[in-house]
Design a protein around this ligand. Sequence first.
Ligand code: TNX
Length: 524
Amino acid sequence: MKKLYLIMTAITVALMSCQPAGTKGQTDLTGNNIIPRPRSVVSTGGSFVLTGRSDIFVMPGSPEEVAVTGSFLAGKLNPSTGLGLEVITDGSKPGKGDILLAIGEAGSGLGDEGYELVITEKVLTLTAEKPAGLFRGIQTIRQLLPPGIEADTIQPGPWAIPTGTIRDWPEYGHRGEMLDVSRHFFGPEDVKRFIDHLALYKMNVLHLHLSDDQGWRIEIKSWPNLTAHGGKTEVGGGEGGYFTQEEYSDIVRYAGERYITIIPEIDMPSHTNAALSSYAELNIGGKATEPYTGTDVGFSTLDTRSETTYKFIDDVVREIAALTPGQYFHIGGDESHSTKIDDYIYFVNRVQDIVLSHGKSVTGWDEIANATLRPGAVVQYWAKAGNAVKGVNQGAKVLMSPCKYAYTDMKYDSTTVLGLSWAAYIEVDDAYNWDPATLVPEISKENIVGVQAPLWAETIETFKDAEYLIFPRLPGYAEIGWTPSDMRSWDEYRVRLAAHGKRMEMLGIGFYRSPLVEWAQPGR
Ligand code: TNX
């Protein structure tokens, strides 16, 4: 096998000699196009090259996860380079052209997700304090290689990386996106593809909006009609769908291998028509509603004064919490326009206690700050800054999802066919040009856990459509969450983003070619 790679390398090297040598990108590490922008980059002016002799070495004594991360890297590099990198765990020493993965101190301050990449002409050494940091560092290695690295068929090399040192760690601990699988259903394969996109840009949270008026999307064994009936609808009358518990667990596992946490959301007391149409006893008046496939909000409510409702919620939270290793359970709480405010407060207080009783912390849309927040609660700011401030005043932390900047379902401009526009048109510069720490004067950085961009799916029927709205805004949200605000500027960012056009193409993403970015011509 290895011999074949050596022959291929010889061909690659022959091809290399036909190309202009020493282009700036191959020897100047500071000329990189990494998104999110790394904290510190020092170039030493040389070049490291992957060859048919390259392998991925895991430092002896590393936790088992490191070899898994090494295999992830091999899985990324081998299809496009054809170099057949293998993961070596036998303690032998790396040689020229090898990659070394190590858990270690590497100075201080890297934290849970930081990493240090030391690239010499001989070896590329990636060190992190925690396995998650190695995984984030691997995304940097991917982005230092030419865009062809993302292809799933063999591409021409050379596979060169400029030498130098990168030290990098995130500004915020929570960087993510939300996917609404309720208005239209997206299956496990789509969700995994989304997780891969988050991983490339070093995001670490996927919030799944699992229930709404139009569909209930996760199997609950003690209330089977939720999916048997409530899972069969979606906006526009399509067939809907749902995740079995096995499928949900598989998504959680897949995300976990990428150091991404799933936050499950069951939206309540409003946005519950799918449940209300599945079980009569959850309704005020005890009569099941009709299924709903429109796009109105705020018309449904659980019966907040019935013990049956709390038995139902206890069962739902217990079953989902048991499948979810992450710390948070999202209780929704938005737009409860048909729930009286006293009933709403009573409800949110009781539901918070149910979540805590199943070992999870509470998160919810900003309206939940009108209730008495329990310790550890996180308020997701989307619409009313006043609500988020109420949360802070109760000692809660805030997750930033301001609808005018971070709503991935908003149109780019008036000509965008997909999406909505009630909050704003969000061009790629608008999506990038805001700072979570200064957006709301009363909310400072210490109160903020991070940034999350929600994708609501009223207008999105296929994952291709979803990708058109997600890209190219996602890399900008990732950078807002990772890179300190004084290192960010649109004029500099747009140049790096342009270089990602080719990378997105290689990944098969049909992204929006914003006129604000000088994309290379397709296919070049
Ligand atoms: C408001 S954002 C909603 C969603 C809609 C979205 C459409 C939020 C917490 N509630 O139910 O899907 O607007 O943009």
